[in-house]
Design a protein around this ligand. Structure first.
Ligand code: SF4
Length: 521
C-alpha cells in the first residue's frame, strides 16, 4: 500500500482524469488529448508555480502523506485508582482542578497558562494579515507567540543603513500589538534566519525594541530549505533582490521581465538561503545574542536526519538554551513546496522517540536538558497529552502552528460577519461578539470596556485554547495526573507492535504484566 497520493491534491488544485495508479499517481490510462488537470499536466502549462499549494497567501497547507506511524497508534491509559498531585478524594480530585500551567526557560521563569504556543507567524501574507489576532490571542491566553523569520527583510517600508536594519514599521507593529495586551504570562519570540542575521535583525529587535526571547532557526518540519514567499509585482521582486534574497526567476534579467509582462509567469518567488550549522559558530551566536541583551535564547530545528537532531540537542544542552522546538514532518506551513512537505523529513512521532532516547543518554551523563517543545501536525488535546507523555519528562510544551491560525482566522471571519450584521441592525458590535462567542461573557467580565477592542480572531484563538484546556484536564483527570509534570510515558499504551518497537511504550497486550501477576498470583 502506498503512503502517498502523488500527482493530484486539493493543495495544488490538481486531480486525475480517471482512477490513478498507486505509485505514479498517473491515470491508469493517460489519454493523448487530455487537457491535463493533474500535477504533471498543470506543470506542462504553469511550470514551477505548480510546486506550491494554492491559492498562495490565503491558505496554510498540511502534508497529506499517511505515515506508517502517528499519534493515533498510541492510546492514553486511564485508571480507576488514586490521584497524583492532589488528594485521592473524589470531592477534591475533579477534572476542573487539574493544573495545566507550565514553564519554559533554563531557569523556568517563562510562565505559561497552558502548554502550547503558536507556529512561526512570519512574512507570508497570511501570517502578516492575521498577526494581530494571533498575538493578542496569545497574550490573553497566557501563551507564547512566535514572530517568524524575514519580517524585517520583507517590510517594504523598512529603513537600512550600511546594509543593516534601522527601522521596521512592520516589526514594530508586531511587537506593540502583543505588548498592548501582555499580562506577564507567555511571551513573544522573534526568530532569525541567515538573511535576518545579515540584516542585523537581532541587534534591532533586542536593543531597540526590547524583545527578550530570541530564536535561532535551523529549520522547520514542512521543508528543509529556507523560508519562501511569492511576490506578485515587479517592484517587490526587484526590492527583495536588492536586499540580498534569492528571487526566482531573476527579475533583473530581460527574459524574466518579458515573462512577467506577458503573463507567462504571474509571481516571482523569494527564497531564503540554507543555513550552515557549525558548532563553534552556534555557541558564539548564542553568546552574542545574550551580550546584546536577549534574556532568553531559543532554538528551532526541523525534521532533519537523526544526527542533526543529536546536534541540536547536544548544542542546545551545552549552550544552556531556554527552549528547543523540534518540528517533525507531517505538519504544515504558509508556503512550502507541496511534494517536499510530504516526502522529506522524519515524521513527528519518530522524531520525538529519537529525541527521548538522545535526552536520556545526555541526562545519564549529567548534562543539562533544555525544555523541549514538539511540533508537526498536532491540533487537539489528545495530541497534546500524547506528545507530552511520549517525550516526558523533557517535553514541556507543544507548538500548534496551523491549528492556532485556523482558530484565529475562523474567529476573525465570523467576527466580521457579525460586525457587519450588527451595523446593519444598528446594534453594538460588542453585543454581537457576546452572543457569537461562548467565551464572550467571560472575557467581558475580565476586560470590561476593553472587551470591545479585542480582535475577533484573538477571541476565537482564546476560545479554542479554552476548549483544549478543558479537554486536556479531562484526559489528565482520567489518567489521574493533576499537574503536567506528572504525565509520563506510562500514561500511554502502544496499539501496534511497530509503535512499541519505535517508542519503547509497551504493546497493549504486554502492559502491566507484573502488577497483573501480583494481583492474580
Ligand atoms: S494528463 Fe490527463 S490522462 Fe494523463 S495522467 Fe494527467 S490527468 Fe490523467
Amino acid at each position: 500500500m502506498s503512503f502517498s497520493k502523488p500527482n493530484r491534491s486539493s493543495a495544488t488544485k490538481t486531480k486525475t482524469r480517471i482512477e490513478p495508479a498507486p505509485i505514479s499517481g498517473m491515470c491508469v490510462t493517460c489519454l493523448d488529448g487530455c487537457p491535463g488537470p493533474c500535477e504533471i499536466g498543470r506543470s506542462a502549462i504553469n511550470g514551477r508555480q505548480t510546486i506550491y499549494p494554492q491559492p498562495y497567501g490565503k491558505i496554510t497547507a498540511g502534508a497529506d502523506k499517511d505515515y506508517p506511524l502517528d499519534y493515533s497508534h498510541f492510546n492514553i491509559q486511564g485508571t480507576c485508582v488514586g490521584a497524583v498531585g492532589v488528594a485521592a478524594d473524589s470531592d477534591v480530585a475533579t477534572f476542573p482542578s487539574v493544573d495545566c500551567n507550565t514553564s519554559l526557560g533554563a531557569d523556568g521563569s517563562i510562565k505559561m497558562d497552558f502548554p502550547v504556543f503558536t507556529g512561526a507567524v512570519g512574512s507570508t501574507y497570511i501570517a502578516r494579515v492575521n498577526w494581530e489576532d494571533i498575538a493578542v490571542g496569545a497574550a490573553i491566553s497566557g501563551v507564547i507567540v512566535v514572530a517568524g523569520e524575514n519580517i524585517c527583510g520583507m517590510d517594504k517600508d523598512a529603513e537600512f543603513k550600511n546594509g543593516k536594519i534601522v527601522k521596521s514599521p512592520e516589526m514594530e507593529r508586531r511587537v506593540s500589538a502583543y505588548r498592548r495586551w501582555d499580562e506577564g504570562k507567555g511571551g513573544i519570540i522573534v526568530q532569525a534566519n541567515v538573511e535576518d542575521t545579515k540584516l542585523g535583525v537581532p541587534e534591532y529587535v533586542i536593543e531597540k525594541l526590547g524583545v527578550e526571547i530570541f530564536e535561532l532557526k535551523w529549520g522547520q518540519g514542512a521543508k528543509d530549505i529556507g523560508g519562501e514567499v511569492q511576490l506578485n509585482t515587479m517592484e517587490r521582486a526587484l526590492q527583495l533582490n536588492d536586499r540580498g534574497y534569492i528571487v526566482l526567476p531573476n527579475p533583473t534579467t530581460p527574459s524574466a521581465k518579458k515573462a512577467f509582462e506577458s503573463g507567462g509567469i504571474k509571481e516571482f518567488e523569494r527564497h531564503s538561503r540554507l543555513g550552515m550549522v557549525e558548532e563553534e559558530g552556534f555557541y558564539n551566536e548564542v553568546a552574542r545574542l545574550r551580550k546584546l541583551g536577549a534574556k532568553y535564547v531559543t532554538l528551532k530545528t526541523g525534521a532533519y536526519r537523526p544526527v542533526d537532531l543529536a546536534r541540536a540537542i547536544k548544542f542546545a544542552s551545552n549552550a544552556k538554551i531556554d527552549l528547543l522546538t523540534i518540528d517533525g514532518a507531517g505538519g504544515g506551513t504558509g508556503m512550502s513546496p507541496w511534494r517536499m512537505m510530504n516526502e522529506w523529513g522524519i515524521p513527528t512521532v519518530y522524531l520525538e522517540c529519537l529525541m527521548y532516547q538522545m535526552c536520556q543518554r545526555l541526562e545519564a551523563q549529567g548534562a543539562y536538558i533544555p525544555p523541549i517543545a514538539i511540533a508537526g501536525g498536532l491540533t487537539l488535546e489528545d495530541h497534546i497529552f500524547k506528545a507530552l507523555a511520549l517525550g516526558a519528562p523533557y517535553v514541556k510544551a507543544i507548538c500548534l502552528g496551523r491549528a492556532i491560525m485556523a482558530a484565529a482566522m475562523v474567529g476573525k471571519t465570523n467576527g466580521k460577519l457579525t460586525a457587519d450584521k450588527m451595523e446593519v441592525e444598528g446594534k453594538s458590535v460588542e453585543d454581537g461578539f457576546m452572543s457569537l462567542f461562548a467565551v464572550g461573557a467571560q472575557l467581558k467580565e475580565r476586560f470590561g470596556n476593553e472587551f470591545g477592542n479585542l480582535p475577533a480572531g484573538a477571541i476565537g484563538m482564546y476560545s479554542y485554547i479554552e476548549r483544549l484546556r478543558q479537554g486536556l484536564q479531562q484526559l489528565m483527570a482520567g489518567a489521574r495526573k493533576f499537574r503536567l509534570e506528572y504525565i509520563d510515558r506510562n500514561d500511554l499504551v502502544s496499539l501496534t507492535r511497530e509503535a512499541s518497537d519505535v517508542s519503547g511504550i509497551p504493546y497493549v497486550m504486554d502492559c502491566d504484566k507484573t502488577e497483573i501477576d501480583r494481583i492474580l498470583g
